[in-house]
Design a protein around this ligand. Structure first.
Ligand code: SAH
Length: 366
């Protein structure tokens, strides 16, 4: 008989129901196990006391509970906490927790490295290794909750999840949506779908499958108001240009009255931060229900850009606000532990990447 070592962490409710059906067990076991794993954060079948000993050992013959290995755990001066987590195969990814008043946002990764080569992002320098599995994606939430939640508190530390760590979530759609199922499931994390945000550089063909499966909040990394400039910053734009991207955004939110798309815009000194860029952006987004989030550029070694000055960012924001667009400036969090946007590098064992990525890494460790 072959032993099938399913990782129970990677199964959503449906997956667990199938798992138990194949064992000839009742469906309701699925909800029980989901609750033990994700609400109570257990990592041991024997802790599941409403499941008989006989059934627990039958489960143990087929499955394991395998969370990620924690390689490091740092807390920044502002309370932002970053974990480096080791994945099977030896690559490391990063997960960041950002507390802010009553809100606690967990920023998770969807791939080991990234294929998109955005010119202002340090993850791009690491090349690409592989997609994360459902277990590896939800494992980040599971780990954070186990470390953050106080057992006697009814307040949950993680109130929001954003796919803004390493990787492009819409190039890893199946595992990402299966993991989102677990985030939204009331037997697991019970997050409302508005509190889960998928951030994409604009993989248009995945918008509709995402919306019909799990219509979570959408953030789009825009960064430029013209194709000419965006082609340089986000090479994926050559495949999916701005006009088509914005049409897809409109479609994504069309059935929902108050739902908006968040547009992320990294402020790069002298590159995309001038008043004419702001005016062009305002014109572009006039007919899209949108929020704009300006992200002061976070530097990394050998970055080819600088952060825009505060006054420049302020002036840019004012133009957008005057044009009627909701515009916020993202506060830089956790930069003293390299946990800010675009600073996540992990340790990618590259299979595909920029030709110069190896040289860059050597330069950094020398
Ligand atoms: N691949 C997805 C999600 C990962 S990046 C995406 O492109 O949306 C999360 C956000 O951080 C994106 O908006 C990205 O463009 C931005 N970002 C990347 N590098 C940055 C940097 N150095 N400074 C500021 N923001 C950056």
């Amino acid at each position: 008989m072959t032993v099938n070592h399913t990782n129970l962490l990677g199964l959503n409710l449906k997956g667990l129901e199938t798992f138990f059906a194949e064992m000839g067990e009742k469906r309701f076991r699925a909800a029980q196990v989901l609750q033990w794993l994700h609400q109570f954060g257990v990592d041991d079948l024997d802790a599941m006391t409403n499941i008989s000993k006989a059934l627990r050992s039958a489960i143990a013959e087929r499955a394991t509970i395998e969370g990620p290995e924690i390689i490091s755990d740092h807390t920044a001066s502002d309370g932002t906490r970053k974990w480096v987590l080791r994945m099977a195969g030896g690559s490391d990814i990063e997960t960041v927790y950002i507390p802010d008043g009553n809100r606690g946002t967990l920023c998770i990764s969807s791939q080991v490295g990234c294929q998109l080569n955005c010119s202002f992002c340090s993850t791009a320098r690491q090349g690409f290794n592989r997609n994360l599995s459902t277990a590896e994606i939800i494992g980040q939430v599971w780990t954070a909750r186990r470390l953050l939640d106080k057992p006697d508190s009814r307040l949950q530390a993680v109130t929001n999840v954003v796919f803004m760590g390493m990787g492009e979530p819409l190039l890893n759609l199946e595992p990402v949506t299966d993991a989102i199922d677990i985030m939204l499931d009331d037997h697991a994390y019970g997050l409302s779908r508005r509190r889960v945000t998928v951030s994409t550089a604009g993989v248009i063909p995945a918008f509709e499958p995402l919306r019909s499966r799990v219509p979570v909040s959408l953030a789009v990394s825009l960064h430029a108001p013209t194709d000419e400039l965006r082609n340089q910053l986000v090479p994926l734009n050559r495949k999916y240009p701005i006009k088509e991207l914005l049409a897809a955004c409109r479609t994504y939110v069309k059935d929902e009255a108050r739902q908006k798309v968040t547009f992320e815009y990294a402020m790069l000194k002298g590159v995309n931060d001038q008043p004419e860029h702001a005016r062009a952006l305002a014109k572009l987004l006039k007919n899209v229900p949108s929020k704009i989030n300006l992200i002061p550029f976070n530097p990394f070694p050998e970055a080819p850009y600088e952060r825009s000055d505060d006054q420049t960012i302020q002036a840019f924001q004012n133009i957008l606000i005057k044009a009627g667009l909701i515009t916020t400036v993202r506060r830089t969090r956790g930069d003293d532990i390299d946990a800010a946007c675009g600073q996540l590098v992990g340790k990618v064992i590259p299979r595909q990447g920029r030709r110069n990525s190896r040289e860059t890494r050597q330069g950094m460790t020398a």
